[in-house]
Design a protein around this ligand. Sequence first.
Ligand SMILES: NC(=O)c1ccc[n+]([C@@H]2O[C@H](COP(=O)([O-])OP(=O)(O)OC[C@H]3O[C@@H](n4cnc5c(N)ncnc54)[C@H](O)[C@@H]3O)[C@@H](O)[C@H]2O)c1
Length: 259
Amino acid sequence: MASQLRLRSALALVTGAGSGIGRAVSARLAREGAAVAACDLDEAAARDTVRLLGGPAREEGAPGGKHAAFQADVSQAAAARRLLEQVQACFSRPPSVVVSCAGITRDEFLLQMSENDWDKVLAVNLKGIFLITQAAAQALVSSGCHGSIINISSIVGKVGNIGQTNYAASKAGVIGLTQTAARELGRHGIRCNSVLPGFITTPMTQKMPQKVQDKVTGIIPMGHMGDPEDVADVVAFLASGDSGYITGTSVEVTGGLFM
Ligand SMILES: NC(=O)c1ccc[n+]([C@@H]2O[C@H](COP(=O)([O-])OP(=O)(O)OC[C@H]3O[C@@H](n4cnc5c(N)ncnc54)[C@H](O)[C@@H]3O)[C@@H](O)[C@H]2O)c1
């Protein structure tokens, strides 16, 4: 999709910005004119993303450059709160676009899954989105600003997937959380939507054995896995005024898988 400059005055906070979908989202929002606060657990990866965005990078807390990198573990309440404080201190305003891409997998069949693998995936994928959505919404409401919150769920949250009870439950939770946030925050001018990617070529899916990747590709109506940019296109739409009357929805980006 050709880039427009629909986000010229926006500040976008992207979590999981150091890789895959989060990096592509950061690049797309920056191309649309947004200043990007790129956050990742892996600080070096977040910095690499900022370098890729072009334009001068701004040091945390210093005036100047357009984009900045931040390190945070989104599953920790204090870290999520601190992240929003740091972003506001750095850019002198709360982010008007918030995209939660941070996510992990710890796959195992239900019969063997450990409590630790269950807890870890739920902590990052679901609690992390709760913490970031809450902290961002509090910042927006207290400053009287409107915003668009976009949470990356997964088609697996709708249909399940063998070996992913923890992941599927976390992603189903993201859909319910986002719908509820949309109901509560609409009157504050804050829209909340989720995106449900199918199988997208990123480091996360490259961990899947080739045999599984081939099998998945075989059942995708469009015949190939998606690119991170396919998801970024939809995020940019949901971030922009072009989706101004859309809230509480989930948009599938799956190449027709499980339609
Ligand atoms: N790739 C796919 O096919 C696919 C499909 C559906 C949904 N998704 C979802 O899209 C999102 C991005 O996935 P991806 O494929 O780009 O994965 P990825 O592994 O390439 O990137 C995930 C990023 O999240 C960061 N991260 C992990 N834990 C974190 C934490 N606690 N705090 C902050 N950052 C953390 C990682 O460091 C990494 O940079 C995830 O939520 C994933 O579940 C991916």
